[in-house]
Design a protein around this ligand. Structure first.
Ligand SMILES: Nc1ncnc2c1ncn2[C@@H]1O[C@H](COP(=O)(O)OP(=O)(O)OP(=O)(O)O)[C@@H](O)[C@H]1O
Length: 267
C-alpha cells in the first residue's frame, strides 16, 4: 500500500472572526483525483491556497510527500513548489505580459532544474506539444492567446518541473463549455499518462464528476460529506449535498422548492 502524496489533518483557518476552514482533513493518493465542492464562501479556495503555501493555516498540518509542507524559507518553498503546483481560474495575472508563453513556461525549469538553455528549449517544446499548443502559440504574448490556450499554457508551465500534485482552483470555470471539455480531457489524459494527482476545486458538480474519483463537500468551512464522487452525486447523504444537486437546473426543476430547502437547512 503506497503512502498518500498529500495528507491534510485538522486544518483550520480563521480571518478575524470568520472561520474559513474548520477542521478539514483528507488524504490524496498518488495518481488520484480529489474534488473539493461547495458553494461560494464554503472555504474551498482558502483550503487550496493553504495547500499551495499561499496562506498559512491557523492550525492543522499539511504533509507533502511524507514531509511537512513549509511556507517559510526559500529552499523549503522551492521544494514545495517542485512537488505541488497550483492553477487558477484565469492564469492571466500570473503570466508576465511582456514575456512570450515559451519564456514563461521555461522560467520554472530555470529555477528548479537548471540544465542548459538547449535542454530547456527542448523541454519547453515537449511541454507545449503535450498540452496541444503550437510553437507559434509559444512565441505569442499571453494577451494574444484565447482563455483556453492560456489555460493550456498554465498547465504546461505547472507540469514542467514534474510536480506530484496539481491543485486546480476553478480552473475551467471561466471557459466556454466546449473549451472546458477540451481542457478537462487534456487533464484526464495527463493524469493517466503521468500518474500525477489532482486536487480539483469546483462549484460545478458535472465537472467534478468527470475529473475526480473521490470528493469532499464543504459547507461553512466544514466537510459535510466525503466519498466516491459517483456515490456522492448519485446517492447524496447530507441534506446540503442534496441541495447542491437540486440547485442544478434540469427538466422539472423547481427553484421555489430549492429555495425552501435552503431556508430549512439554514434554520
Ligand atoms: N483574505 C481573507 N480575509 C478575510 N476573509 C476571507 C479571506 N479569504 C477568504 N475569506 C472568507 O473566508 C470564507 C471562505 O472563503 P473562500 O474564498 O475560501 O470560499 P470559496 O468556497 O472558495 O468561495 P469562492 O468560490 O467564492 O472563492 C468566506 O467567508 C470569505 O469571505
Amino acid at each position: 500500500m503506497s503512502e498518500p502524496v498529500l495528507s491534510v489533518k485538522s486544518l483550520v483557518k480563521t480571518f478575524g472572526s470568520v472561520t474559513a476552514v474548520d477542521d478539514v482533513s483528507f488524504d490524496l493518493m498518488p495518481g488520484a483525483s480529489l474534488g473539493i465542492v461547495g458553494e461560494s464562501g464554503s472555504g474551498k479556495t482558502t483550503t487550496a491556497r493553504i495547500l499551495a503555501g499561499l496562506e498559512r493555516p491557523t492550525s492543522g498540518t499539511v504533509t507533502l510527500d511524507g514531509r511537512p509542507a513549509a511556507s517559510r524559507g526559500r529552499r523549503a518553498r522551492l521544494r514545495q513548489a517542485g512537488l505541488l503546483q497550483m492553477i487558477f481560474q484565469d492564469p492571466y495575472g500570473s503570466f508576465d505580459p511582456r514575456r512570450t508563453v515559451a519564456q514563461s513556461v521555461e522560467e520554472p525549469l530555470r529555477l528548479h532544474s537548471g540544465g542548459s538553455a538547449r535542454d530547456r528549449a527542448a523541454r519547453v517544446a515537449e511541454l507545449l506539444d503535450q498540452v496541444g499548443l503550437s510553437a507559434r502559440a509559444g512565441d505569442s504574448l499571453p494577451r494574444d492567446l484565447s482563455g483556453g490556450q492560456r489555460q493550456r499554457a498554465a498547465i504546461a508551465r505547472a507540469l514542467g518541473i514534474r510536480p506530484r500534485v496539481l491543485v486546480l482552483d476553478e480552473s475551467v470555470a471561466a471557459l466556454d463549455v466546449s473549451i472546458q471539455a477540451q481542457i478537462l480531457t487534456l487533464l484526464d489524459e495527463l493524469r493517466r499518462a503521468s500518474g500525477i494527482s489532482y486536487v480539483f476545486v469546483s462549484h460545478d458538480l458535472a465537472v467534478v464528476r468527470y475529473i475526480t474519483d473521490t470528493a469532499i463537500v464543504m459547507r461553512h468551512g466544514r466537510v459535510v460529506e466525503r466519498g466516491e464522487t459517483e456515490r456522492i452525486l448519485r446517492h447524496p447523504r447530507h441534506p446540503y449535498t442534496r441541495l447542491l444537486l437540486d440547485s442544478i437546473p434540469s427538466p422539472g426543476w423547481d427553484p421555489g422548492r430549492v429555495a425552501g430547502d435552503r431556508r430549512a437547512l439554514d434554520a
